[in-house]
Write a new protein. Structure first.
Length: 595
């Protein structure tokens, strides 16, 4: 049997080498597209930009640098600036044809107009001074930003961001109305470090310029001669070799997912205004929120291969790259499913109180709902066991996209060997999986002796599927190795601080041993099941309530496909949460908790 600790070491060293070479990890992985993460992911990242902001503003006010003439579209809560000239020229479509004949008439104006001294240069009405409407790209941006603000602020009750001072690129004043500044601009032109790279947008803390939103979802932009129209490579989202969106064409989908993602960064910065300790939850939350509000775009799919690739070895807090941080958005989606849509409000409120300590905030994440993070993360692992599979899991999936996801990376474990199997140490917030084989007809079972890791047992196959956390500290698990069935054992480390390990023991099943049931305790649910160890002889199992009333009688033979109780009574009704007992052939009764 392979020593997984040495194998894990090889994989980590290979990953480090690949990253040092600047290559993507899994095949087909895409480059990250959020400039916010790129700027603030390293300590001191935000502070290092302060001289850049100061120099740009000083140059604009002194006239040492020219800025394109820009227009401003105002909404109830936003001040959106854009230009119709140069590389940052806003994308126009057929509906904007009235604008096309007016572009050449726009002249460059002197820098410093953002101070209010040259208000005549601003175009603030829905119709500009030439009678032309604002382009569709700007109007669509405005609509999606207002939707995002309405959801985060009005529905969830989160803090409302607003801009202070001048916008980053056009140096537009936010005014005194508490509005938020958005500059639509070619990102590669606006931020020198991003030149030639594909970024959707970038959000600064409110005091440092608001949001930059890409003008056309092109990168490596250049002005076409003689038309003067920007050309370049289109930003695309791809998943496992299949194109999801070409945002140069599907620009409206790109704007929707970007507005919900980036404005959530603006909301986050109201709780943690100094992002120098930028951590995983900034992107995890933004991706989760974009998927919640723009599920039809499915932009997050492009990051899942990296997430599943890194999850077993690296953990939520130690990712070497950012692609997996984005993939962690599915944990955010899961928590929304389990705890309700307002759960992240509590997370950011706690981050504001504890000095932006994400480990502490996550540790407390389920307290209000009476659920430990250990339990929540085990439930998450149970759901991941069914990702990438067409079978229906025995619970309501937290995402309808799960059959499209990658499958967990499982290590082979053949229980025909009697050797104890020591797992590698698992970092906080990781899931490791083993695919069990060799159980059928071998008389073998396994036992997990853990030090905090939660074992999760999952079957899937053409005849049945099941899954759920096994909470016993040392659970004996019998697997039915039927044809076409996949048996997975997942170990979930839901700790935010502790690195844990476990030992998997391969045991000889004893035919005369007493019957046992798992998982126990058992989580209540319409698709739940209580499974019994398979015995080599026929057995009648009686289920009865704590008061002694008979609930269900079950009969099995050694050839029965599954030894299980579907949690229904003799009349087909579902059992209510409580303590139940089971006995075999009239023998001693053992309790099981349904909660």
């Amino acid at each position: 049997m392979k020593d997984w600790r040495s194998e894990a070491g090889k994989r980590k060293r290979m990953r480090a080498l690949i990253l040092a070479m600047g290559l993507a990890l899994p095949a087909g992985a895409q480059q990250l597209h959020c400039g916010t993460a790129q700027l603030f992911r390293t300590p001191g990242g935000a502070k290092s930009l302060a001289p850049l902001w100061a120099a740009k503003r000083s140059a604009a006010k002194s006239g040492a640098a020219a800025i394109e003439a820009y227009r401003t579209l105002e909404t109830a809560h936003f001040r959106i600036s854009y230009t119709l000239a140069g590389l940052s020229r806003i994308k126009t479509v057929d509906a904007d044809s009235v604008l096309l004949g007016l572009i050449d008439s726009l002249s460059r104006i002197s820098p410093g107009h953002g101070t209010g001294a040259n208000d005549a240069a601003f175009i603030d009405a829905k119709l500009d001074s030439l009678g032309a409407p604002h382009p569709q790209y700007a109007m669509t941006t405005a609509a999606y930003l207002e939707q995002a603000r309405g959801y985060y602020v009005d529905t969830l009750g989160m803090r409302a961001p607003h801009s202070v001072g001048l916008s980053y690129y056009y140096q537009a004043s936010a005014g005194n109305a508490g509005k938020y500044s958005v500059d639509i601009v070619d990102i590669g032109t606006a931020v020198a470090d991003f030149r030639g790279q594909p970024y959707y947008a970038l959000t600064y803390p409110a005091t440092e310029g608001g949001m930059l939103l890409d003008n056309d979802f092109l990168y490596g932009s250049r002005l076409d001669s003689p038309t003067g129209i920007p050309k370049g490579d289109t930003i695309m989202s791809q998943y496992r070799g299949t194109l999801i969106h070409n945002y140069g064409i599907d620009w409206e989908a790109g704007l929707k997912v970007t507005c919900f993602h980036e404005f959530y960064h603006a909301v986050q910065f109201t709780y943690t205004p100094d992002p120098n300790d930028f951590h995983v939850w900034y992107e995890t939350g933004a991706v989760g929120m974009e998927e919640r509000n723009a599920p039809e775009v499915n932009d997050y799919l492009q990051y899942l291969p990296a997430f599943f690739h890194d999850l077993p070895d690296v953990g939520m807090f130690n990712y070497p790259g950012l692609l997996s941080w984005y993939g962690n958005g599915i944990f955010h989606v899961f928590l929304n499913h389990e705890l309700g849509e307002g759960f992240d409000v509590a997370v950011w409120s706690r981050l504001a109180e504890n000095g932006n300590d994400i480990r502490d905030a996550l540790f407390r994440i389920g307290a209000a709902k009476g659920k430990s993070l250990r339990q929540l993360y085990a439930d998450f692992a149970a759901q991941l066991a069914f990702s990438g599979q067409p079978v229906r899991p025995p619970f309501q999936p937290f995402s309808p996209d799960m059959p499209r996801w990658p499958t967990p990376q499982a290590q082979a474990l053949n229980v025909s060997s009697p050797t104890a199997y020591q797992t590698s140490a698992q970092l906080p917030m990781t899931v490791n999986a083993w695919q069990i084989s060799g159980a059928f007809g071998s008389g073998k079972s396994i036992q997990v002796q853990d030090t905090g890791l939660v074992p999760v047992l999952a079957f899937s196959g053409p005849d049945s599927s099941l899954g759920g956390p096994v909470l016993a500290s040392a659970a004996k698990l019998d697997f039915g190795d039927a044809p076409g069935r996949v048996n997975l054992l997942l170990l979930a480390n839901g700790s935010t601080t502790q690195t844990l390990s476990a030992q998997i023991l391969v045991l000889q099943s004893v035919a005369s041993a007493s019957l046992f049931a798992y998982p126990n305790p058992l989580r209540d649910g319409s698709a739940g099941r209580l499974y019994f160890s398979r015995l080599s002889h026929a057995s009648d199992i009686r289920i009865f309530s704590e008061s002694g009333s008979s609930v269900r009688s079950l009969s099995f033979t050694p050839d029965s496909t599954l030894w299980s109780w579907d949690l229904k009574d003799g009349n087909g009704g579902l059992a209510k949460p409580g303590v139940y007992y089971y006995s075999e052939n009239g023998g001693p009764a053992a309790p099981v908790l349904l909660y």
